[in-house]
Design a protein around this ligand. Structure first.
Ligand code: AMP
Length: 282
């Protein structure tokens, strides 16, 4: 497996692969790999001849009070993990390579998708994401790119952008990978103390509670959100950010669930802001 740090070398590698008629898969990440990341890479290895995983903690998608400086990093460990699942290249550019002096262009996806959930809680976040993903698509020119459903809103942002800007790449969503007790895997879980780690299981439990309610016939979105909030607030170490339901995949406001709906939650446990979601089907 190669570790490539410059855009020029990355382009060179991809042009060689293309000359040999090999399909290229891209898995964009911020590193500090866990089984969620590896599931994306495994799917990419199944579907593409050559797999590039980008590893870049993108400053543009972090707010000033967020954890950019503290974000966990371990390139050596990540390289071993990526290699173990058959990744061909880790693309790990520097900030100067990605945002040289004078950089002054961003990509922003409209409010229908970005004006709610994490887009509201983290102003500018999705512009940072759309901009870096556009750059990665332009550098790697993948046939397919793989994104985790854990960031369900992000998948919708990227799909909207690809469609609207006629980007020639297929977006492949990958289901959420969870710990045994249901906690969604996240690089940010390392911030949790043992007590917070235990408390954080309330997120998935609250989503399961909602699913049970829907199975029993509950269709009232506000009532489901109320129950989920109550459940999360019953955990003293949880600091709730949002609990919301939207139609899926349109992300339109709904009163009643009929068809697919996205229930998304965000809460802080100490330093870790964690998100989770489930698609409810009436
Ligand atoms: P990150 O490094 O956290 O930016 O995540 C990189 C990619 O991995 C994104 O597409 C995430 O949605 C995906 N991902 C992160 N955690 C999980 C998980 N638990 N299950 C599935 N995909 C995940």
């Amino acid at each position: 497996m190669l570790i490539i740090k410059t855009i020029a070398e990355m382009r060179q590698f991809v042009s060689e692969a293309r000359k040999n008629n090999r399909s290229v898969g891209l898995v964009p990440t911020m590193g500090y790999f866990h089984r969620g990341h590896l599931a994306l890479m495994e799917k990419a290895v199944q579907q593409c001849d050559v797999v590039v995983t980008s590893l870049y903690v993108n400053p543009l998608q972090f707010g000033p009070a967020e954890d950019f400086a503290a974000y966990p990093k371990d390139l050596e460990r990540d390289a071993k993990l990526a290699e173990s699942v058959g990744v061909d290249v880790i693309f790990a550019p520097t900030d100067r390579e990605m945002y040289p002096a004078g950089f002054d262009t961003t990509v922003s996806v409209g409010d229908t998708i970005t004006g709610k959930l994490c887009g509201l809680s983290r102003p500018g976040h999705f512009t940072g994401v759309a901009t870096v993903v556009t750059k990665l698509f332009n550098i790697v020119q993948p046939d397919k790119a793989f994104f985790g459903q854990k960031d369900a809103q992000q998948v919708l942002v990227i799909k909207r952008m690809v469609q609207d800007l006629n980007m020639n790449v297929e977006i492949v969503p990958v289901p959420i990978v969870r710990e045994k007790d249901g906690l969604a895997m996240s690089s940010r879980n390392v911030y949790l103390t043992p007590e917070q780690r235990q408390a954080a299981t309330v997120l998935y439990k609250s989503l399961q509670l909602a699913q049970e309610q829907v199975k029993k016939g509950q269709r009232d979105g506000a009532e489901i959100c109320r129950l989920v909030k109550e459940k999360i607030n019953s955990e003293p170490l949880a600091e709730l950010d949002y609990v919301e339901i939207y139609s899926y995949p349109e992300l339109k406001s709904i009163d009643k669930i009929n068809g697919a709906a996205l229930l998304a939650v965000a809460a802080k446990f100490g330093l870790a802001r964690l998100i989770d979601n489930i698609i409810l089907e009436a």
